[in-house]
Design a protein. Structure first.
Length: 478
């Protein structure tokens, strides 16, 4: 954050400056008392299991220049720390960030969609930083706390901003877009996300379309042309629309996709001759070719060179726990357990099927969260898909394990194990795996299947002594 006065923060937040030096300048607004440094502003957020107001005295002792608090939360503050009182600190955080962002004129790209947001954001940012100083959101900082945290890192030297925006309830996306004020929008995909709250795909479309509706006429919207809803979304956008994907109607069309454990290769045809050709990204999965095509289309629109684009794609760091491939003790692991919904689950299973494997393919599948009344059917569908893709061994984990197993059996699978938790599944997997095997670990974040990855990385040689067929919980059906 570039230097702003405490008075500026109070004014834009519609707050009351209860005490302190209004003209003192600050360069950071911090919401985590553990990370606060002397001279920072501390903004006290409330959450389900924490209340930042409980740490106000602590941050004052550490030398906070000011604290932003809810009215009446900390009366009688001693010392030199300025106090700004607001009605709601969470809302104030967004308002402050919006006012700060409005003082910068630069290309701003907002990335939304059901799947692939974080990966597409990382791909695009990796390209744009080859062209000049670029700010992008960390990890999955895409909600009403993460978005302001990113915007408040803007500086005059930045030539572009790439901001992921997310939603899991109707009405959440619009205020984020109004804070970010993007010139350009990317909607990576429309899928069966958070149906517990959105109800159905039409509800998802209605929410994700807000990005299209709120773009300026001189901007651009980049969409997956493979979606059945791309025309509906495009019709709501006042700016031009560019389609990327594998279908013939796409402006930036992907073909000849070849998936390897550490990379995905593809051919790209597009209206710009210099950008037509062969590319690759350092992560496995045919869907990443579509993510890359979207990133390339945006980068070209923003003025990056093709050479910069190629370097950016090839040097991107894949997001943690998202299609992350690694090897240990002679077998491969495809770790994709940050998030899951029916469409991303199917894509992960298909990636497992497409990768070369000298041994057996294991699918370790955990619960997909927030699917509402269709949850049972969605898990059965994923189990069927695993069987249809010829996955050799299915480990179903969690409360929906019986649905995975039932779906797989209905499609002819014969080697299926059901486990209540990640620890039991991980121990059985360690006994089952042999050199040459390939394992997919996929679930929603709440299932915490990354614990199985940790167990695999920390295993000892004794754990490899038993075959899967000897595991007590394995069911082999004729």
């Amino acid at each position: 954050m570039e230097s702003r006065t405490i008075q500026f923060i109070a004014d834009v937040a519609n707050g009351r400056l209860a005490s302190g030096d209004t003209e003192k300048s600050v360069t950071c607004i911090c919401t985590d008392s553990r990370k606060l440094q002397a001279g920072n502003v501390f903004l006290a957020l409330r959450g389900e299991s924490f209340d930042g107001h409980a740490f106000v005295q602590q941050v004052c002792d550490l030398g906070a220049a000011a604290v932003v608090l809810e009215e009446g939360a900390a009366p009688g503050m001693p010392g030199d720390t300025a106090v700004i009182e607001v009605a709601d600190t969470r809302i104030a955080y967004g308002v402050i960030a919006a006012a700060y962002r409005s003082q910068f004129k630069l290309p701003v790209v907002a990335i939304a969609g059901s799947n692939g947001k974080t990966t597409t954001k990382e791909l695009l940012a990796s390209i744009l930083r080859e062209a000049g100083p670029t700010l992008w959101s960390e990890a999955s900082f895409n909600n009403d706390v993460g978005v302001p945290a990113t915007l408040l890192r803007l500086e005059s030297a930045h030539q572009a901003l790439v901001q992921e925006i997310g939603t899991n309830h109707p009405g959440e996306l619009k205020p984020l877009i109004e804070v970010v004020r993007p010139n350009y929008g990317v909607i990576t995909s429309i899928g069966r996300e958070h149906l517990e709250h959105f109800g159905d795909l039409e509800g998802v479309v209605e929410e994700e379309s807000k990005l299209a509706e709120l773009l300026p006429p001189n901007g651009a919207l980049f969409l997956s042309g493979d979606s059945d809803y791309s025309e509906t979304i495009a019709s709501r956008c006042p700016s031009k629309t560019i389609l990327a994907g594998a279908s013939e109607r796409c402006d930036w069309r992907v073909s000849d996709v070849r998936v390897e454990p550490m990379a995905t290769h593809f051919k790209l045809d597009c209206p710009v001759v210099a950008w037509t050709g062969d590319y690759h990204v350092p992560m496995p999965g045919a869907h990443h070719a579509i993510n890359a095509a979207l990133a390339l289309a945006v980068a070209q629109e923003l003025g990056a060179s093709n050479e910069q684009a190629r370097v950016g794609l090839e040097t991107v760091t894949p997001p943690a726990m998202r299609a992350h491939y690694w090897e240990v003790n002679g077998y491969g692991v495809l770790e994709d357990c940050y998030n899951a919904n029916p469409d991303s689950m199917s894509a992960a299973i298909e990636t497992l099927q497409s990768l070369p494997c000298q041994g057996r393919r294991f699918a370790v599948l955990g619960d997909m969260a927030e699917l509402g009344s269709g949850g049972d059917d969605a898990h059965r569908e994923a189990g069927r898909r695993a069987a249809e893709c010829g996955i050799d061994i299915l480990f179903a984990v969690g409360s929906m394990a019986y649905c995975y197993a039932g779906g797989a059996r209905s499609a002819g699978a014969t080697v299926i194990s059901e486990y209540d938790n990640a620890a039991d599944a991980g121990n059985a997997l360690l006994r089952a795996m042999r050199p040459g095997d390939l394992v997919l670990i996929k679930a929603s974040r709440s299932a915490r299947l990354e614990r199985i990855s940790t167990m695999i990385r920390g295993q000892t040689g004794d754990n490899q002594a038993h075959n899967h067929e000897q595991s007590a919980k394995t069911q082999t059906l004729a």
